[in-house]
Ligand binder design. Structure first.
Ligand code: C5P
Length: 298
């Protein structure tokens, strides 16, 4: 195999097992405490290194403008700061994870590019350096550098890896709307801020190797999004009617997830769930070692 052969890498999506919004910062961002978890749903990146000195990216979703394509911006950032002048790459992003969905698809693509090119271009950056680069691209990018189960703080850039949470089967429900993150945070009033107790409880359970306490899986952004978007309320009702005992929103939405410990129960709900315009997926959480295919950056 030539040294410049392309490789195909999975870029896994995430859900937020919890999302506490603690308050607003002076820079306009919000202080978060959240448990993030990678899931099996993923985009696939074709990454072809070359010696052209240029970075290009083609995405099979036409509505992603190149200036907003985080995968390309990740390659450009690494190239500008850490690669030698001849290093180049041709990227192709095959999207499966919906955009503006609360699943971190674009952020995961970016982290996948950072991790992979760090190895292929021999930049030899440590995880903390890749996370710092990722934070320049978006608040969710640092989490995806190591993936798995992690506590997220600050505006999203302070990542503390946790032991892998138990395997959860998930039924995802994605209404046919995109919800811009900035709009959701802007609409949140201070009465909607939370103290971080649910995140602390879930972190404690995961550290102790206990089951995730579903009753503490909360999302401070969810009430506002369910109120503002009837499509999200309808998707939530569809999951509940199909028999899901717990339904939560991921990130700033609009995607909802119902967690299960048994595949048979998740599959039964996925088979029953239906609502006009809503896409349902049956998927599951994945461990850190599965979510990062490369040797973990040190
Ligand atoms: O960091 P990112 O570009 O992904 O964030 C998108 C928008 O979401 C920000 O411009 C900001 O309005 C909002 N946001 C926030 N607090 C955070 C993360 C994001 O207010 N911790």
């Amino acid at each position: 195999m030539s040294a410049l052969s392309p490789i195909f890498m999975p870029a896994y999506a995430k859900i937020n097992l919890t999302l506490d919004v603690l308050g607003k910062r002076d820079d306009g961002y919000h202080r978060l405490a959240s448990v993030m978890q990678t899931i099996a749903l993923h985009d696939t990146l074709r990454i072809a290194p070359n010696r052209s000195g240029t970075t290009t990216c083609h995405c099979d979703l036409n509505d992603i403008k190149s200036s907003e394509n985080l995968a390309l911006r990740a390659a450009q950032l690494l190239h500008a700061e850490f690669a030698d002048a001849q290093a180049g790459v041709e990227l192709e992003v095959h999207k499966v994870v919906p955009t503006q969905a609360g699943l971190g698809g674009g952020s995961s693509d970016a982290a996948c590019v950072l991790n992979t090119l760090n190895a292929l271009w021999r930049c030899d950056l440590a995880a903390a350096q890749l996370e710092a680069l990722g934070a320049q691209l978006g608040s969710d990018v640092p989490f995806f550098v190591r993936g798995g189960t992690a506590l997220i703080e600050g505006r999203g850039e302070v990542v503390t890896p946790l032991p892998d949470a138990e395997l959860l089967w998930l039924v995802l429900a994605k209404p046919a709307i995109g919800v811009p993150t900035a709009q959701v945070f802007r609409a949140l009033q201070s009465e909607g801020y939370t103290q971080g107790d649910d995140t602390a409880t879930v972190v404690g359970a995961i550290r102790a190797g206990q089951p995730v306490p579903f009753e503490h899986m909360t999302n401070a952004l969810e009430p506002g999004v369910v109120r503002a978007f009837p499509e999200v309320a309808a998707a939530r009702a569809a999951l509940l009617e199909a028999g899901a005992p717990v339904v939560r929103m991921s990130g700033s939405g609009p995607t909802l997830f119902a967690p299960f410990r048994q595949l048979s129960e998740a599959a039964a709900v996925a088979a029953r769930a239906q609502a006009p315009g809503v896409t349902f997926w049956l998927t599951h959480t994945i461990t850190r070692s599965r979510s990062i295919v490369l040797p973990a950056p040190h």
